[in-house]
Design a binder for this molecule. Structure first.
Ligand SMILES: C[S@@+](CC[C@H](N)C(=O)[O-])C[C@H]1O[C@@H](n2cnc3c(N)ncnc32)[C@H](O)[C@@H]1O
Length: 226
C-alpha cells in the first residue's frame, strides 16, 4: 500500500443513479460528512509522473478536497483548482493553508459554467472526474483548450472494466472510461500513454484489492516558436 491508495475507491453512493450521485448537493453531502474522502496524499500515479517536474502552471479540474492541487503546489507549481462543490473547495483551501502554499481555488461546474482560459496552463490534471459521455466530452474539450502549446493533459480515471474485474469506484458504467473514448476526446493531442494501470486499494474490511484505472498523457503540439 502506498499513500493515497486507501480511500480512492470509497465514497460511493451505491443506491443513487449516476445523475443523483453527481449533483452538487450529493458531492457537498459526501464531503461534509465523510472527512477527507480521498485522503490528503496525492494520487500515486500523479506523484510518479510529476515528481521532479520543473515548476509550471497547473490546472486541476474536479480538484475535490485538494490533495493533488496542494501537493503540486508544494512541488513549486503555480496551481489552480476548480470543483463543483463549495464544501470541497473550502476543505481544499484549508489543506493549502495547512501546507502553507498558495493555490487558486474556484467553485465552478466545469461542464456547465466554466470557460477555459485558452492555452493558459502547461499541465492540466484530471483525477477521477468521472462524467457521463456528453459531459465527459465537454470537460475534456475544455481541458484540451486550456492547455498551452507544448503542454500536457494528464488524466487518471476509473476504467470501464473496473466494475466487473476491479474494485471500488463508481458502479455506473456510463461514467467509467475506456481507451477508445479517451483517444477520441483528445484526438488533437499526441497521446504518449492511454492504458490501464492497477492500484492496490484497502477496503473498509481491511482487505487489499486491485482497482483498474485508466491513465492518459497527451501533449499539445508546440507552437511555431517551439
Ligand atoms: C472522485 S472526485 C475526485 C477529486 C479529486 N480530483 C481527487 O482525485 O481527489 C470527483 C470530483 O469532481 C467534482 N466534479 C464532478 N462533476 C463536476 C463538474 N461538472 N465540474 C466540476 N467538478 C465536478 C466533484 O465535486 C468531485 O470533487
Amino acid at each position: 500500500m502506498r499513500p493515497g491508495d486507501h480511500a480512492e475507491s470509497s465514497g460511493q453512493v451505491p443506491t443513487a443513479s449516476c445523475r443523483e450521485s453527481g449533483t452538487v448537493e450529493a458531492w457537498n453531502e459526501r464531503y461534509a460528512t465523510r472527512g477527507m474522502v480521498w485522503g490528503t496524499e496525492p494520487n500515486r500515479f500523479l506523484a510518479d509522473y510529476a515528481t521532479g517536474l520543473t515548476p509550471r502552471r497547473v490546472l486541476d479540474l474536479g480538484c475535490g478536497q485538494g490533495r493533488n492541487a496542494v501537493w503540486l503546489a508544494t512541488q513549486g507549481h503555480r496551481v489552480t483548482g476548480v470543483d463543483l462543490s463549495p464544501v470541497a473547495v473550502e476543505q481544499a483551501r484549508r489543506l493549502a493553508a495547512d501546507h502553507a502554499v498558495d493555490v487558486i481555488f474556484e467553485v465552478a461546474d466545469v461542464v456547465e459554467d466554466w470557460t477555459p482560459p485558452p492555452g493558459a496552463f502547461d499541465l492540466v490534471v484530471l483525477s477521477y472526474l468521472q462524467l457521463a459521455p456528453h459531459d465527459r466530452r465537454v470537460a475534456h474539450a475544455k481541458a484540451a483548450e486550456a492547455v498551452a502549446p507544448g503542454g500536457t493533459v494528464w488524466l487518471i480515471a476509473h476504467h470501464s472494466d473496473n466494475i466487473t474485474d476491479g474494485f471500488g469506484g463508481p458502479q455506473h458504467p456510463e461514467v467509467l472510461f475506456e481507451e477508445k473514448a479517451l483517444a477520441a476526446d483528445f484526438g488533437e493531442l499526441e497521446l504518449s500513454r492511454n492504458e490501464k494501470v492497477f492500484r492496490d486499494v484497502e477496503g473498509e474490511d481491511g482487505v487489499v484489492r486491485v482497482a483498474h484505472d485508466l491513465l492518459l498523457v497527451a501533449t499539445k503540439a508546440a507552437g511555431p516558436d517551439g
